[in-house]
Design a protein around this ligand. Structure first.
Ligand code: HEM
Length: 245
């Protein structure tokens, strides 16, 4: 096949309405030129990262809307938009696996291209890390303070499966899916450079494990343990077997 012919075709000429509206010339030239890739896996490496950045941009933008809808106690909007954010996080996690089709050897060649770049410098990721604290503050004011309730009221004593509960569960889902992304990212590191490696900043890769333990909304997780403990205190921490043995 004539590579040059197809390279040109892939870029398009940028003049059709579809290309103009979607700005395809800019998107399709945001990767290195074909003849500058260090190997044939590098295009995939760049594209996966770029797509992930775009998803994080959309997630962050959507979370800004969610924050405003939460402040206005519009639970329907909050839940619909959280569904979008949750799907984005699932897609982001799924897409990491594409990079497992790259051999560890070939990744070493790509790694030489990265300077001391680190995913911790990702604008999308840095933005997303800053948002949960503010989202929690908004939730607390709009759904707890406003109604004079605590999380224990919402989940246990005054449990009504109402807006405060449904919105809290959407926050918990976000927390869980974010950590799943981090966990799968670590699996990818196992497959590519190995967990005993050092990052390009010279740090131990193992430090990433601390991130996986982070919970954005600890109150939403603590309440479950507290309820189990209360249940244990009332019904016994250790139960008898239902078979009588
Ligand atoms: C072969 C593929 C990959 C390898 C070997 C890899 C490796 C690493 C390493 C070693 C770090 C720690 C950096 C440091 O200590 O400064 C890191 C962090 C990070 N990487 Fe990757 N990465 C890969 C793919 C990706 C992809 C596709 C994304 C997509 C967004 C990504 C996003 C991140 C993020 C967000 C962090 C910061 C994580 C945190 O603080 O919890 N990485 N990566």
């Amino acid at each position: 096949m004539d590579r040059e012919y197809f390279y040109k075709l892939m870029s398009g000429d940028g003049t059709l309405d579809y290309e103009v509206y979607l700005n395809t010339p800019q998107i399709l030239s945001a990767q290195k030129p074909f003849d500058e890739f260090c190997n044939h896996d590098e295009l995939q490496f760049q594209i996966v990262h770029q797509v992930e950045e775009l998803w994080m941009k959309l997630a962050a933008w959507t979370l800004l809307d969610i924050d405003e809808y939460m402040a206005g106690r519009n639970a329907h909007r909050v839940v619909t938009l959280f569904r979008r954010v949750h799907m984005i996080l699932e897609l982001m996690t799924e897409q990491l696996r594409l990079l497992e089709t790259m051999s560890p050897k070939e990744y070493q060649e790509i790694r030489l291209q990265l300077g001391n770049g680190s995913g911790q410098e990702s604008p999308g990721f840095r933005t997303l890390l800053k948002m949960p604290k503010l989202l929690w503050e908004t939730y607390r004011k709009a759904y707890l303070e406003h109604e004079g309730r605590s999380i224990a009221d919402v989940y246990d004593q005054g449990y009504a499966h109402d807006d405060a509960y449904v919105v809290a569960e959407a926050l918990a889902e976000f927390d869980e899916l974010f950590q799943k992304f981090r966990f799968h990212h670590i699996q990818l590191i196992h497959r590519s450079i190995g967990m005993e490696a050092k990052s390009l900043k010279g740090r131990s890769v193992d430090l990433l494990k601390d991130g996986v333990k982070t919970r954005f909304f600890p109150e939403l997780w603590k309440i479950r343990s507290e309820m189990t403990d209360r249940w244990g205190a009332a019904h016994g921490y250790r139960r008898d077997s239902i078979t009588g043995h």
